[in-house]
Design a protein around this ligand. Structure first.
Ligand code: SAM
Ligand code: SF4
Length: 431
């Protein structure tokens, strides 16, 4: 979501004459778009501002703005502590970005915009065309969260659940298609809780599917509790919805899920997976896990490992629990950090082994790859298959935006090497 937000900030500032630069030393304005989900985020901000200060020691001071959830959570404190920072702008106040920039230029004042103005923000966002012309693009459809998992800062930093207007999302999808985008990933902290005047995520998928130039649709991140029948049905019948579902579970122990306030049990979660697989057996899953949550015993950890082995996720993102000030879990008795670290290592060894087994089974199989860009200074072209696996092929031809059948001939943990076997030029791909 920060990547999407950063791109939209570029769209905003172009209107007042600012341009993106790849050269840090040339920038008149530095924007650090931050994430607050785990600790050390604030330290990183000070560290990065320190680097900017050093680079500009003998030059005119650039404008420095902190955006994102660290800005939201720490606001005035950051402005107080680091005088080099000119403004903090929270995620729901990006529509004030240009106004802020112009005020700093003119009046050299410090500004803090951390109100929750989601409606204003999206009104302003909708007035600016999304200029992204990459083959694959994000599109935020929903923001914020009402779930209040006991470990998570999102409900406090991104605010309450808010769904963007259905028509505005379709209009932005059409703009992206006209820019040359072939794949749209619909984004939300709780993307499957999307509900705009009764229209749900599945309705959006159906409508975007009608846009001829769009070949692929993905969405992330979904919550198990909001995974409704209509969305399962979309996975059974949609020709453009890709067959990989990111479905975070966090823990395989019911006791810990309860302590996390996750609102689902292991049994509910596994039933849901069964239902989805019955609807479309080609679907694969990825997940997030928190290891070392307060109160996690050896048995709880073993239950998490059992779940990991059972579902055989093709990608598992695991994090050591990070106590976030202001959340209920911050107050709980913490698991010793050496124990949590040890468990994380064990977890990651097993999840990597599962991933490797899956990847080895793909050798000599065929995948359908949407090509995105040429790899710098080479003859290799980069793309992704239906399951979001990175695939690289040798090609002198420009493959950008094309879909091809590719035989996988080699690979490692991060990417596959393939050979094009047949043309599927820009056709709809069946999941
Ligand atoms: N809404 C999604 C869900 O409920 O599954 C997750 C969104 S959250 C921004 C992304 C991931 O960060 C979570 O799934 C969780 O694994 C991880 N995370 C959030 N808070 C954390 C914390 N305090 N410590 C460690 N990991 C955390
Ligand atoms: Fe955070 Fe996701 Fe829980 Fe919401 S549902 S509080 S975003 S982990």
């Amino acid at each position: 979501m920060n990547e999407y937000d950063s791109k939209r900030i570029y769209d905003f500032v172009e209107a007042i004459g600012y341009k993106k630069t790849e050269n840090v030393e040339q920038a008149d304005c530095h924007v650090l778009n931050t994430c607050h989900i785990r600790e050390k985020a604030t330290d990183k901000v000070y560290h990065h501002v320190g680097r900017i200060k050093k680079k500009f020691r003998n030059k005119k001071k650039p404008i420095v703005i902190i955006t994102g959830c660290v800005a939201q959570a720490e606001g005035d404190l950051i402005l107080e502590k680091e005088k080099y920072i000119d403004a903090v702008i929270g995620p729901q106040s990006y529509h004030k970005f240009n106004e802020t920039l112009l005020k700093i230029e003119k009046d050299k004042i410090k500004l803090n915009f951390t109100d929750f103005n989601t409606i204003d923000k999206f009104d302003k966002l909708n007035q600016n065309k999304n200029s992204n012309s990459n083959v694959s693009s994000f599109l935020t459809i929903q923001e914020g969260c009402d779930k209040f998992c006991n470990f998570c800062v999102v409900p406090y930093t991104r605010g309450a659940e808010f769904s963007r207007s259905f028509d505005e999302i379709i209009s932005e999808s059409n703009d992206l298609a006209n820019n040359g985008v072939k794949e749209i990933t619909l984004l939300g902290q709780n993307v499957n809780a999307y509900n705009f005047e009764g229209k749900k995520l599945s309705n959006l998928i159906r409508e975007i599917e009608k846009i001829k130039k769009i070949d692929r649709i993905r969405y992330t991140t979904s919550h198990p509790v909001d995974f409704s029948e209509d969305l399962i049905e979309a996975h059974a019948s949609s020709k453009k919805l890709m067959p990989l579902i990111h479905l975070p579970v966090q823990s395989g122990s019911n006791k810990i899920l309860k302590a996390m306030n996750r609102k689902h049990t292991v049994e509910n979660y596994l039933n849901l997976i069964d239902k989805i697989l019955k609807a479309n057996p080609l679907i694969k899953f990825s997940s997030d896990f928190i290891i070392g949550y307060p109160g996690e015993t050896e048995q709880d950890f073993r239950d998490t490992l059992n779940l990991l082995r059972k579902v055989k996720y093709i990608n598992s993102y695991s994090f050591m629990f990070s106590a976030r000030p202001g959340t209920p879990a911050f107050e709980m008795k913490q698991t010793e950090s050496s124990v949590a670290k040890e468990r994380l290592i064990i977890f990651q060894e097993i999840s990597e082994k599962i991933k490797l087994d899956y990847r080895q089974n793909i050798f000599n199989n065929k995948s359908t790859v949407l090509f995105e860009n040429r790899i710098k200074n080479g003859e290799n072209f980069f793309g992704r298959d239906e399951y979001f696996n990175a695939v690289v092929v040798e090609s002198k031809k420009d493959l950008k935006g094309n879909i091809k059948r590719v035989k996988i001939i080699d690979g490692n943990q991060n990417s596959f090497k393939g050979k094009i076997v047949s043309e599927v030029d820009n056709q709809t791909v069946a999941a």
